[in-house]
Design a protein around this ligand. Structure first.
Ligand SMILES: [Zn+2]
Length: 311
């Protein structure tokens, strides 16, 4: 028996050493900055970021499309610091010039890194309603909004608000030589300037915050009816892969889940508010009704307070 088992133990021992060596050799990489996820050839994005917090751009996904003539960046995260991290991730996969930045909408977790890309010569693009949105805020209002959500001066060091140099109304196509990117306005939905970016050859769609998968959402600037109609339009595109504004790689079933969430949220919040329930009670009922959405649950009571419980 001993002779039968002895070689086995020895093999186990050797494999334990191999596992330990592997761990020690790979440990520095494990602690290094995470890279972008490859979605297809020349298309990368951050996806499925957990433990969303202001310091990690609330888990916002930001992506790139690498064409023959250069790179298009889709969203720039929440600060100069976050944008610099993103630029290091981009440089790990391509050294081509960054030609354009597409903002899927104006929210700070998608645009406050813009200035770092402008410094590299990129042209920033957004839907034209950004103009009237920005006109409502002055510098002081932005500063207080940033403080309110929990970002410190250190988090925001070097961050400048950087407006788009190019805006469009309904559609704009970027041609990178061997790769077209169609920017399609969605009307007042998640925000007044929400767009999607679609790669028709690869059937990949960047949905911006029209889609949150496994996340609660931000309704502060939303038109819920417009948002649901936009989700129907995006579903009709029938993309093979959808990169949501927050959450893991998604598909049409997640667009349907988002629609169900918005409709369910609205119904529950209206009913409970009409019954005299306060924002915290309404929020906890909504969180219970959508257990698969584990991130940004703190936004639920903020949304309810803003949209359903008027004091
Ligand atoms: Zn947003």
């Amino acid at each position: 028996m001993k002779t039968v088992y002895a070689p086995g133990r020895s093999r186990n021992f050797r494999s334990a050493i191999v596992v330990l060596l592997f761990f020690f050799l790979c440990a520095p990489a494990a602690f290094a900055e995470a890279g972008l996820t490859k979605i297809a050839d020349n298309v990368y994005s951050s996806v499925d970021i957990r433990n969303a917090a202001p310091q990690n751009s609330f888990g916002a996904n930001a992506g790139i499309v690498i064409g023959r003539d250069g790179i298009v960046v889709i969203d720039t995260l929440i600060s100069a610091k976050e944008a610099k991290r993103f630029i290091r991730q981009i440089r790990a996969v391509s050294d081509k010039p960054i030609k354009y930045v597409v903002n899927t909408h104006h929210h700070l977790d998608h645009t406050f890194g813009n200035s770092e890309f402008a410094k590299l010569g990129a042209v920033i693009i957004d839907q034209e309603n950004i103009g009237k949105i920005i006109a409502r805020y002055d510098e002081a209002a932005f500063r207080s909004a940033v403080k309110r959500i929990g970002l410190t001066d250190e988090d925001m060091q070097g961050t400048e608000q950087w407006l788009p140099a190019l805006t469009f109304n309904d559609r704009l196509t970027i041609d990178l030589g061997d790769q077209k990117i169609e920017l399609i306005s969605q009307g007042h939905s998640h925000t007044e300037d929400s767009i999607v970016a679609y790669l028709p050859d690869k059937k990949i769609l960047f949905a911006g915050d029209l889609l949150f998968t496994n996340y609660h959402t931000n309704l502060m600037d939303a038109d819920l009816g417009g948002w649901v109609r936009a989700l129907d339009k995006i579903m009709a595109i029938n993309a093979s892969v959808i990169v949501p504004g927050h959450g893991p790689l998604s598909g049409n079933k997640d667009l349907q889940a988002m629609k169900d969430y918005l409709v369910g949220f609205d119904k529950k919040a209206r009913e409970l508010a009409a019954g005299g329930k306060n924002a915290e009670t309404i929020a906890s009922e909504i969180i219970k009704a959508f257990p698969e959405r584990k991130e940004l649950s703190g936004m639920v009571s903020v949304n309810v307070q803003a949209k359903y419980v008027k004091n």
